[in-house]
Design a protein around this ligand. Structure first.
Ligand code: SAH
Length: 234
């Protein structure tokens, strides 16, 4: 009898300490983010919606920013840089047309959030960050979250990552004043580069560069945007 009581009280104690689904505010906040900010604005790719639902954005922001992690806005990540607005992350991912077997290059790792979203969909993500402490933090964060298909490097992403080229898709998450030729060179024919281009924050546009089978490119502007600048290593 005594031992049955003990088992019962142990069970009750355990049951009380396991959070139930409904109380998982971050999961709810994420679902709401996907519905109201992303699906409502026209993103339909199921792989993208599922990745945005899965990746825990609150793990990519500073601890005191966690309550704001799912709002419809970019957020500061230190060193004067930002994690992009959730909608922009989703939209750029959709524009890239990512496929399961793809090897993708991202320029501008920042927090590592965009890399994680891509890594949910594709085979491998190579990502480059100019600011060493940001690259180190992102590498640690992504490893602790269990991502084995993301490689982070410190460096100037303008030059791409020639050793790992060609890439099935390339995404730049900082604004350049022109399209870096090395990135076009490292893109596979038939595939896409997505990049914000513009020399001032008020004139930036999100550009899709499509590399045709014959190696020529066509460009299309799809949205006015505002990104931090792509800087060059001196
Ligand atoms: N994709 C990031 C946000 C990017 S903010 C995320 O999901 O959090 C843009 C990032 O590009 C910044 O961290 C900035 O330091 C980096 N950056 C700027 N110029 C760069 C360059 N030439 N090469 C690599 N990274 C660069």
């Amino acid at each position: 009898m005594k031992s049955r009581l003990l088992t019962l009280s142990l069970y009750l104690l355990l049951a009380a300490s396991v959070p139930c689904y409904g109380s998982d505010n971050n999961r709810e906040a994420r679902q709401q983010m996907v519905e109201t900010q992303i699906r409502a604005r026209g993103v339909t790719n199921p792989k993208v919606l599922s990745a945005m639902n899965k990746v825990e954005r609150h793990r990519f922001v500073h601890p005191n920013m966690v309550p704001d992690a799912y709002i419809d806005s970019p957020l500061p990540i230190g060193h004067g840089q930002t994690i992009s607005q959730p909608y922009i992350v989703a939209y750029m991912t959709e524009l890239l047309d990512p496929r399961p077997g793809d090897v993708v290059l991202e320029v501008g790792t920042g927090s590592g959030y965009q890399a994680a979203v891509l890594a949910e969909i594709v085979k491998h993500v190579y990502t480059i960050e100019l600011i060493k402490p940001l690259a180190q933090d992102a590498r640690k964060r992504l490893a602790s979250l269990g991502y084995k298909n993301i490689t982070v490097r410190t460096g100037d992403g303008y030059q791409g990552w020639p050793e790992k080229a060609p890439f099935d898709a390339i995404m730049v998450t900082a604004a350049a004043d022109h399209i870096p030729p090395p990135l076009v060179e490292q893109l596979k024919p038939g595939r896409r580069l997505v990049i914000p281009v513009g020399s001032t924050p008020l004139t930036q546009e999100l550009i899709i560069v499509e590399k045709k089978k014959d190696g020529s490119t066509i460009q299309r502007s799809v949205l006015p945007v505002r990104f931090v600048p792509l800087r060059r290593k001196n």
